[in-house]
Design a binder for this molecule. Structure first.
Ligand code: 6PG
Length: 483
């Protein structure tokens, strides 16, 4: 019997997806360009599942599939995807389906959709989140591209996807061409922001409150039973409770403080800049990773640049306020996370309009309630907010979230102020507060920016009391309508 689907790419994610499909009773053919990995998988994990069939090359993989052929790529994004596609197309017929399940850039997906459509092939760009565990036990799946292709693979992908709370299906078709990969990119932008925000709260407890990793782990464990309940809080609690096998010290103290990245956070920021959507907390998180990577420079600068010292013992006043400060930090983290998700959803909303995708933000929130890295209890309230108002342009305008953030304000402000006064960087948290304040202020100092632009470049400005563009001849102060 022929296989229902083919899978190219047997890295950790590809292997997990193949096994997940087999567990759900699907017949899957697999191929990997490097034979060592292929042999290891076929002799190891795949041997337990008769419905996983190995293919020696791409032609054999294609020949092993029922029609229309469905082939999923789980390979490194960029040129490798184009090169595998160009090899594949010679063996495919009109109506066959290629599914790119890697972290491809959405513009590549738009291009590939068009190129393959010209050859009669259907293309799906799907974002898959959940890491190794998710791929095996149920990831979140964001599909974009040909709707007919989605209908053809929907049963397989729905079977392998996460079911949040046992019932909510965490997979779905979002819209045309690059929309699935765009949603995954925004997911990762929010992931970067959330990770940075969590790291900043850890840093505050560590440096201001002199708490050790184990104590901080307990705090995160408690937070995870409340409104901050989320996968990232859960794993952070677990990480902080881990000791290093060789030294016995907390493992976190043995890990070099230089964060790496594969680029999807940066892509989110680029896309936001292109669309004119402010995402300062996502940008701050990307930049915090860039700053962390300057380890050697930071070591030199620490001996040169003045600022409040972090090594002084905790003051009596601070010690007595410890419980209260932890509560304030919790409020600050929650409000900042709401802002980060608000920025991500605002970006999705702008892209939906710009690219004509007609995205349903409530559906995306729902897909993210299970399986993915940014799954969080409050995504249920985010879904409800978009269900209440499908046209909601910013989560902060929703009554529930406006109230939530308002109630966190005092703790949020004092936490950011304490970080600034104490010389502790909190770029993501400070940017989130500044985003909130910028968004809620009716008047920003952009009037002065406009005047400056007009002064040095005659770029003109609008008035608040009359329509049209105006220019001032600044040496004389004479204003005239521009035109
Ligand atoms: C996921 C993750 C995943 C991502 C890694 C590493 O949703 O499963 O987002 O797709 O690639 O988290 O990303 P960085 O190396 O950029 O941190």
């Amino acid at each position: 019997m022929r296989s229902e689907i083919g899978l190219i790419g047997l890295g950790v994610m590809g292997q997990g997806l193949a096994v997940n499909m087999a567990i759900h009773g699907h017949r899957v053919s697999v191929f990997n360009p490097t034979p060592e990995l292929f042999d290891e998988f076929m002799r190891g994990r795949a041997a337990l599942y008769p419905s996983i069939e190995g293919a020696a090359d791409i032609r054999q993989l294609v020949d092993s599939l029922e029609c229309p052929r469905r082939i999923m790529l789980m390979i490194k994004s960029g040129p490798p995807v184009d090169s595998v596609i160009s090899e594949l197309v010679d063996f495919l017929s009109p109506g066959d389906i290629i599914i790119d399940a890697g972290n491809s850039h959405f513009k590549d997906t738009i291009r590939r959709t068009r190129e393959l459509a010209a050859r009669g092939l259907l293309y799906l760009g799907i974002g898959i989140s959940g890491g190794e565990e998710g791929a095996l036990h149920g990831p979140s799946i964001m599909a974009g591209g040909s709707e007919a292709a989605w209908r053809s693979v929907e049963n397989i992908l729905s079977d392998i996807a996460a079911k949040a709370g046992g019932t909510v299906q965490c997979s779905g078709y979002l819209g045309p061409d690059g929309s699935g990969h765009f949603a995954k990119m925004v997911h990762n932008g929010i992931e970067y922001a959330s990770m940075q925000l969590v790291a900043e709260t850890y840093h505050m407890m560590r440096c201001f409150l002199r708490m050790n990793p184990e104590e901080i782990s307990d705090v995160f464990r408690i937070w995870n039973t409340r409104r901050l309940q989320s996968y990232l809080i859960e794993i952070t609690s677990s990480i902080l409770a881990h000791s290093d096998g060789s030294t016995g010290k907390p493992i976190v103290d043995m890990i070099k403080d230089a964060a790496q990245q594969k680029g999807t956070g940066m892509w989110s920021v680029f896309a936001a800049l292109e669309l004119g959507v402010p995402v300062p907390t996502i940008a701050a998180a990307v930049e915090a990773r860039n700053m962390s990577a300057l380890k050697e420079q930071r070591e030199r600068a620490s001996g040169i640049l003045a600022g409040p010292g972090l090594s002084s013992p905790v003051s009596v006043a601070e010690a007595s306020r410890k419980g209260q400060m932890i509560e304030e930090i919790e409020d600050a983290l929650y409000a900042s996370l709401v802002c980060a998700y608000a920025q991500g959803f605002a970006l999705l909303c702008a892209a939906s309009i710009a690219y004509g995708w007609n995205l349903d933000s409530g559906q995306i929130a729902s897909l993210w309630t299970g399986g993915c890295i940014i799954r969080a209890a409050f995504l249920n309230q985010i879904r409800e907010a978009f269900d209440r108002n499908r046209g909601l342009c910013n989560l902060l305008l929703d009554e529930f979230f406006a109230g939530e953030v308002a109630s966190c304000q005092d703790g949020w402000r004092s936490t950011v102020a304490a970080a600034a006064n104490g010389g502790l960087p909190a770029p993501a948290m400070a940017s989130a507060l500044s985003y909130y304040d910028s968004y809620r202020l009716q008047v920003l100092p952009a009037n002065l920016i406009q005047a400056q632009r007009d002064y040095f470049g005659a770029h003109t400005y609008e008035r608040i009391d009359a329509d049209g563009a105006f220019h001032t001849h600044w040496p004389t102060g004479r204003e005239r309508p521009a035109g």
